[in-house]
Design a protein around this ligand. Structure first.
Ligand code: PGA
Ligand code: MG
Length: 223
């Protein structure tokens, strides 16, 4: 399959950064505040991907807690989420890969289910980007896997959605891309919680540094 995107849109957690240890700390703050047992890293991965409200539903269910605690859990999570943003680890090769795509003249976007405040804190602390458009879990009414955040990212980049490529690590990202009619590049090194369904991804990346090579020199001339 030949891929000729005119802009690249990235997921954040599990795609550009290994953020699970920092997210786990925020989950533990929620558990401390609500007197709940604390999940380990592997369990916590299963809560991540669909945004804060879903993560808190999953955490409360795992802890056998009263679902009516959900509102407080979301508040505690939002308060804890932005702490220590500089502790998140940029995956190997990501900075070089982003720089190379920029050299190739490709506008870059970010579409994440992480809320705006912790997302901005991470981008600032890690000096990641620049991204021409950033759409987060609480930017619009709906979050991934609804296609709106991804379509809005493309719109803000000024590129037709069908001319973009979405790069992500989870089944949620895959569903979002499919719903938006955008080709999907799957990064295998993140937080996949369920098998990817159909259609198969346009690209499978074992390392983020492999991404620029996926685009032909023909595409660079067109871009
Ligand atoms: O906040 C989440 O649940 C996951 O965030 P992501 O969309 O950047 O992977
Ligand atoms: Mg992700």
């Amino acid at each position: 399959m030949s891929l000729t995107p005119r802009a690249i849109i990235f997921d954040l957690d599990g795609t550009l950064i290994d953020s699970l240890p920092v997210i786990l700390r925020a989950f533990h703050s929620v558990c401390a505040a609500l007197d709940l047992p604390k999940p380990d890293l592997r369990t916590a991965q299963g809560f991540v991907g669909a945004g804060v409200p879903v993560a808190m539903t999953r955490l409360l269910a795992w802890a056998n807690a009263d679902p009516s605690l959900h509102g407080r859990a979301v508040e505690e999570m939002e308060a804890a989420y932005g702490a220590s943003p500089g502790d998140n680890e940029v995956y190997p090769g990501v900075r070089e890969m982003l720089a190379r795509l920029q050299e190739m003249g490709l506008p870059l976007g970010l579409c994440t289910n992480k809320p705006e405040a912790p997302t901005r804190a991470v981008l600032d602390a890690l000096e990641l980007g620049p991204f021409g458009a950033v759409v987060c879990g609480d930017t619009l009414k709906l979050r991934k896997p609804h296609p709106d955040p991804l379509l809005e990212t493309a719109r803000r980049l000024g590129v037709a959605a069908s001319d973009t490529l979405y790069v992500g690590d989870s089944e949620i990202d895959h569903q979002t891309a499919a719903a938006a009619g955008i080709p999907f590049a799957f990064f295998e090194g993140g937080y996949l919680n369920a098998p990817l369904g159909d259609p198969p991804p346009a690209l499978v990346l074992s390392a983020m540094s492999d991404l620029p090579q996926a685009f032909t020199s023909e595409m660079v001339r067109k871009a």
